[in-house]
Design a protein around this ligand. Structure first.
Ligand SMILES: [Mg+2]
Ligand SMILES: [Zn+2]
Length: 162
C-alpha cells in the first residue's frame, strides 16, 4: 500500500508560501539525543546544544525551520501517535524559549516491514511536501544518518550531516 498522505503537526501558523530559505531538520540525533533509538519519552529529552546553536545561526539569517522525522515506532506499536505528538509539542515549547520556532513537523509513522510508503527516508516524500508547502528558494536538510543524506539527494536538495 502506498501512502500518499504526508502527516504533519502544525505548531505555528505561518504564511508558508512566503519563505525564502527553509531549513529542514531530522529530529532524533539532530535536535535531541537518541542513543537507543525509538526515542519517545517527553520527560527525558536531552537536547544537543551544539546543534541548537547551529540552528540559531540559521534563524538569525531568517531561515524558516521544519522537521522531517521517521517514526516507525508508531507503526511498530512501540508508542502511540499521541505520545509522539505530545513529545513534539514539549520540544516546540522548550525550543521556543531559546527563540527557535519550528513551524511544522512532518513525520512518517509507517512500519517498513509491513507497508511501503513514500515518506519514510530515504524516500523524499516528506522533504518534497515541505518544499511544496513552504515554496522556499533555498533549502537545506540537516540529518545525522546516511538515510537522511539519501533522502536529500532523492529530493534534490543540499544536505548537511551533523
Ligand atoms: Mg536521526
Ligand atoms: Zn511513511
Amino acid at each position: 500500500m502506498i501512502h500518499q498522505k504526508i502527516f504533519y503537526i502544525e505548531t505555528k501558523s505561518l504564511p508558508l508560501g512566503g519563505v525564502n530559505k527553509l531549513l529542514i531538520l531530522d529530529r532524533d540525533g539532530v535536535i535531541n539525543e537518541d542513543k537507543h533509538g525509538y526515542f519517545h519519552d517527553k520527560n527525558n529529552i536531552v537536547y544537543i546544544e551544539r546543534n541548537l546553536q547551529l540552528i540559531k545561526e540559521y534563524i538569525n539569517q531568517d531561515w524558516a525551520i521544519c522537521v522531517a522525522t521517521n517514526q516507525s515506532g508508531i507503526g511498530r506499536g512501540m508508542y502511540s501517535q499521541k505520545i509522539f505528538v505530545d513529545l513534539c509539542e514539549r520540544m516546540f515549547k522548550d525550543l521556543l524559549k531559546e527563540n527557535i520556532v519550528i513551524h511544522r513537523w512532518y513525520f512518517c509513522p509507517h512500519n517498513p516491514e509491513i507497508e511501503v510508503c513514500d515518506c519514510r527516508k530515504p524516500s523524499p516524500g516528506m522533504l518534497l511536501e515541505a518544499i511544496n508547502d513552504f515554496k522556499a528558494e533555498e533549502i537545506i536538510f540537516i540529518g545525522d544518518k546516511s538515510s537522511d543524506r539519501d533522502a536529500a539527494m532523492n529530493a534534490g536538495i543540499k544536505f548537511i550531516r551533523v
